[in-house]
Design a protein around this ligand. Structure first.
Ligand code: 9D3
Length: 251
């Protein structure tokens, strides 16, 4: 028996949504190279009635429908029996927010099993009984877990060995944990009367590096001051460091 590539198993009532965007771009190329695999399971295949019912009305009343624990339990057990490895993740708006470090942990493992909810959610008992971890992708409301699962898988797959090039990978290391990115420019040098910042044309590599660092800090301060708070809180290197002026081009 030989070792399987990293595999995402997705449980959904809309398995035809997969691979969707994951079949394109970086993740799609990596899938063609068999660096990872995707198995999309139709939850209805694990229903027990001839209508293939996966949901029912909530005990205690209320609007909408709840996904049945028996159906989901059978789907999970069959996936495991079929070799699905890694943590059981339930994509849910009440989950713990997805982070880059969780994606990194998932990439370091053998794969993941993602349950995509629809309707009002999933019967709590199957989440407890199978030990699901609930994961959200942010504070906004989606129509179901499928797009969230794709986001989670994309964020993870790009971290698998060989998926992105070494140079890019190194660059990424130096950014992750830090600031938002500085602005980028390319040709034409003048577009709609807008000039590319002079310093980038100067060929003065130290000035360029300093300008980019100052811009990154400024963008972060304006848009995501929470990231700077964490840095000054936890990184002694940045405590008491000089702050840039409002216009980094003037130093
Ligand atoms: C009535 C309460 N709603 C919770 C805000 C119910 C509800 C709305 C939308 C239950 C599920 C959904 C569908 N969303 C997801 O499945 C989902 C999700 C999301 O909506 N936002 C962020 N991350 C995720 S992960 C899965």
């Amino acid at each position: 028996m030989t070792t399987q590539p990293w595999t995402a198993t997705v449980l959904s009532i809309f398995p035809e949504m997969f691979p969707g965007p994951l079949g394109h771009s970086l993740a799609g190329k990596a899938m063609e190279r068999d660096l990872w695999r995707l198995a999309a399971v139709n939850l209805r295949d694990h229903a027990s009635d001839r209508h293939r019912t996966v949901d029912d009305t909530p005990f205690g009343g209320g609007s909408g429908m709840v996904m049945r624990p028996d159906v989901i339990g059978r789907a999970v057990d069959a996936a495991r029996e079929g070799g699905a490895q890694g943590p059981l993740l339930y994509l849910s708006p009440r989950g713990r927010p997805l982070t880059q470090s969780r994606a990194r942990q998932l990439a370091d493992g053998p794969g993941l099993l993602a349950l995509c909810g629809r309707f009002e959610g999933v019967d709590e008992r199957v989440l407890e009984a199978r030990g699901f971890e609930e994961v959200s992708i942010g504070d906004f409301v989606l129509s179901g877990g499928e797009l969230a699962a794709m986001v989670l898988i994309d964020a993870t797959v790009r971290l698998l060995p060989g998926v992105i090039g070494d140079a890019y990978s190194l660059e990424e290391e130096s950014f992750s944990g830090g600031l938002l990115e500085y602005p980028q420019y390319t040709r034409p040098q003048v577009w709609e009367d807008r000039q590319v910042p002079e310093v980038l044309l100067s060929g003065h590599h130290e000035r360029i590096r300093a300008w980019r660092q100052a811009m990154a800090l400024e963008v972060t301060r304006r848009r995501r001051p929470d990231l700077l708070g964490e840095m000054t809180g936890h990184n002694p290197r940045t405590v008491g460091a000089a702050q840039p002026s409002a216009d980094p081009e003037r130093g």
